[in-house]
Design a protein around this ligand. Sequence first.
Ligand SMILES: [Zn+2]
Length: 151
Amino acid sequence: MPKNITLILLQNYLGMFIYLKRVFLHQCPRCGQGNLFTHKWYQLGHVNSLKDQCEVCGQRTHLEPGFYHGTGYVSYALTVGLSIISFVSFYLITGITIRDPHIFYWLLGNTVALVLMQPWLMRLSRSLWLSWFFHDDDKYHTQAQSSNSKI
Ligand SMILES: [Zn+2]
């Protein structure tokens, strides 16, 4: 029995690794091969330009108007999470608390870092958002796509 548990744990870790790889590399959440975005992240005019569909599996990325409005909340959560991590790191490294006026160094550094990371965070939030709605075993969208192609 322990062998089966080990195998199950390994499969779960492998599945999590594949999921995170797809999210962080902005790959299609369904097939894991096609890229989601039309341009590179540093082409700031096209940071959020998604392909209409995956070039490998055909998964559509624009499902309905306003589908990506929720990514603002995801981006906000990522920003707050990164700020908490940077504050705890700053506190552990320097020992400066919020009562010390030197805390403004953290505030300034955190603000600059978050502004510079914003294009990447916006893409990451879209990639996460899509991954929550599409999966590699997503039968519903496969059927919806095949019925749309018949119309
Ligand atoms: Zn795909």
